[in-house]
Design a protein around this ligand. Structure first.
Ligand code: CA
Ligand code: CA
Ligand code: CA
Ligand code: CA
Length: 275
């Protein structure tokens, strides 16, 4: 704001003659005099100072006196409740010759929380919003899980888990994700693909060697289904065409079962048709 004194050299008394009022000059000179004399001893001097302050404050216009020139005091401009908390620190300001407090020096107010083991935002919690530095962390799951510790990244923007990468082994058929690609027993080729027999009757007999359930075994090509009159044992009960239906009848029955919620015989191709 337009205080003409602002640009004047700090210790030039002459410049102050251009000031807003002779009162201010008198006040400042009065304080300066008191300082030089090392006053505070004379009650009269104190009274005089107070009188000047009062007059200045009552005069209006110019800035109100805030302090005794040369005085030093603690200061803090951060939000309530943050002073002295975490990294936030009280600063000091000095009263200038215009009886105004100068800027607050060496004060630390809340800053954005960084991952640095410090309470930067002065809310009482260190590194809130980040994983706690030193806490145990894990990467991966199951056999691919490794353990480490959270550390703050050098730039403070995040916490990083230092768990080592999982041990990657060739995938084998064992129900475990050996190569740690997130898929169990994928791309198993050893001892698989050959035609085989499940030992079950009817269409459930023929199969192919596959890795399933953690082991390579003969997996049947067809699940038991509705017995159709086709000279095959579709429901795998060891009897060919027993109580069989025509393909049309079987289709209608399946549709009806599907509408009924898919449960029951033949719906999912899972259960033999009992008679
Ligand atoms: Ca904090
Ligand atoms: Ca922090
Ligand atoms: Ca495996
Ligand atoms: Ca049958």
């Amino acid at each position: 704001m337009g205080n003409p004194v602002t640009n004047a050299p700090q210790h030039s008394a002459k410049a102050r003659h251009r000031g807003p009022s002779g009162l201010l000059v008198a006040l400042v000179l009065g304080f300066a005099g008191g300082g030089i004399l090392g006053a505070c001893t004379g009650t009269d001097a104190n009274l005089e100072r107070q009188k000047l302050l009062d007059e200045l404050n009552n005069a209006g216009g110019g800035p109100k006196a805030q302090c005794k020139p040369g005085a030093e005091a603690p200061c803090y401009e951060g939000p309530d409740g943050t002073q002295g908390r975490g990294e936030c620190k009280t600063g000091t300001h000095q009263c200038n010759e215009q009886a105004q407090w100068g800027s607050c020096n060496n004060m630390v107010v809340p800053r954005q929380e960084s991952c640095n083991r410090k309470d930067d935002d002065c809310d009482g919690i260190i590194d809130n919003g980040f994983e706690r530095d030193g806490a145990i962390c894990f990467i991966g799951t199951g056999s691919c899980k490794t353990q480490g510790v959270w550390h703050c990244a050098k730039d403070g923007t995040k916490a990083e888990c230092d768990a080592p990468p999982p041990p990657r082994k060739p995938e084998i058929c064992d129900g475990i994700d050996n190569d740690c690609n997130g898929k169990i027993d994928d791309n198993i080729t050893a001892n698989t693909g050959q035609a085989c027999s499940t030992g079950m009757p009817g269409v459930c007999g023929p199969g192919v060697m596959q890795c399933t359930g953690g082991r390579v075994q003969c997996v049947q090509n067809f699940q038991p289904d509705i017995e159709i009159c086709n000279q095959k044992d579709d429901d795998c009960d060891g009897k060919v065409d027993n109580n069989c239906l025509t393909p049309d009848e079987a289709a209608k029955l399946k549709a009806k079962q599907a509408q009924g919620g898919g449960s029951g015989q033949g719906g999912g191709g899972g259960q033999p048709l009992k008679k």
